[in-house]
Design a protein around this ligand. Structure first.
Ligand SMILES: NC(=O)c1ccc[n+]([C@@H]2O[C@H](COP(=O)([O-])OP(=O)(O)OC[C@H]3O[C@@H](n4cnc5c(N)ncnc54)[C@H](OP(=O)(O)O)[C@@H]3O)[C@@H](O)[C@H]2O)c1
Length: 276
């Protein structure tokens, strides 16, 4: 029996992966903020005969307290982690600040993955084939890191914030093995492309209606989208870090994966977390 921690495991792709793992006999800890979604997930787990293998952890991963509570609860609950899946997202059309003073998308979509991923390497390294599976947008739409204003005090748009988080995750991925020499962990950056989820719900109109229509026409169903992801998690690449757009490998070249920028981002992130 393998054990998976999935942030954003109560809806969309994260939930699809979690139910897949439960159905085949594995153990799941799913993190989200909404207790009703947590309850619905546990009800589905019961229908699969997996009630004793499914756990819902309520935590707001836009906050440092929430990130740390997930780390502490996981360490207290399991002795080994085989897979850590990052699948949280919540589009913010307007700039919002978390109680820690971070821009919301930066905190939820990047910082939580930095904090939780680095903290749980010990538990992951107890597995024979541990994987960190980071769902974001490698090789997708362009975007940039606003090095002089990463908290986007100026000129905020929800799209810029999401794309900045994706670029940060690219650098987090290539940097990760360098921070944990000798680790067995394989770090996979994965772009699922367009999948039918509740992703569009927080968008303002008319973008919401447009995105939902496009999703209805073009996006993959979650049960289909998770098939290549499960393959990747079960058979991780031999390299310490790799990136994929669905099944297509993405070369780790160019500025999105630049190691000097990865160093810079690691330093900047450590500074932001210093003393907190
Ligand atoms: N869907 C796509 O087309 C697409 C395309 C490219 C990349 N991706 C990536 O794939 C991943 C999954 O996307 P999705 O479309 O499946 O998302 P989704 O359906 O919107 O689900 C988001 C998940 O994140 C959780 N979440 C949101 N805010 C949270 C917070 N503050 N703290 C803790 N959990 C929180 C939600 O739970 P609660 O509601 O309970 O908080 C939910 O479980 C994301 O990383 C996304 O960037 C998706």
């Amino acid at each position: 029996m393998r054990t998976y921690l999935i942030t954003g495991g109560t809806d969309g792709i994260g939930k699809g992966l979690g139910l897949h793992f439960l159905a085949r006999g594995d153990r799941l800890i799913a993190v989200g903020t909404n207790p009703a979604k947590g309850k619905a997930l546990l009800a589905e787990a019961e229908r699969l005969g997996a009630a004793d293998r499914a756990h819902f952890l309520r935590a707001d991963l836009s906050t440092l307290d929430g990130m740390r509570s997930v780390i502490a609860e996981t360490e207290a609950t399991v002795e080994r982690l085989d897979g850590l899946v990052f699948a949280t997202q919540r589009f913010r059309p307007h700039r919002e600040e978390t109680p820690d003073g971070f821009e919301y998308t930066f905190a939820l979509s990047y910082l939580s993955r930095f904090v939780i991923g680095h903290a749980l390497t010990g538990l992951l390294d107890r597995s024979e084939t541990p994987v960190v599976f980071n769902l974001a947008g490698p090789g997708g739409l362009p975007g940039q890191i606003y090095w002089d204003d990463p908290q986007l005090h100026h000129g905020y748009t929800g799209k810029n914030a999401s794309m900045q988080a994706s670029r940060c995750n690219d650098l987090l991925g290539v940097d990760f093995p360098r921070r944990h020499s000798g680790t067995r962990i394989r770090y996979v950056l994965y772009n699922p492309m367009f999948v039918k989820t509740g992703m569009a719900d927080p968008l303002p109109q008319p973008q919401r209606a447009l995105t939902k229509t496009l999703a209805w026409l073009l996006a993959q169903r979650v049960d289909k989208a998770v098939v290549p992801m499960v393959d990747r998690i079960d058979h991780p690449p031999t390299e310490p870090v790799a990136a994929f757009r669905r099944r297509t490998p993405i070369p780790l070249t160019g500025k999105d994966f630049d190691l000097e920028s990865a160093d810079r981002l690691h330093g900047l992130t450590r500074e932001l977390l210093d003393g907190r």
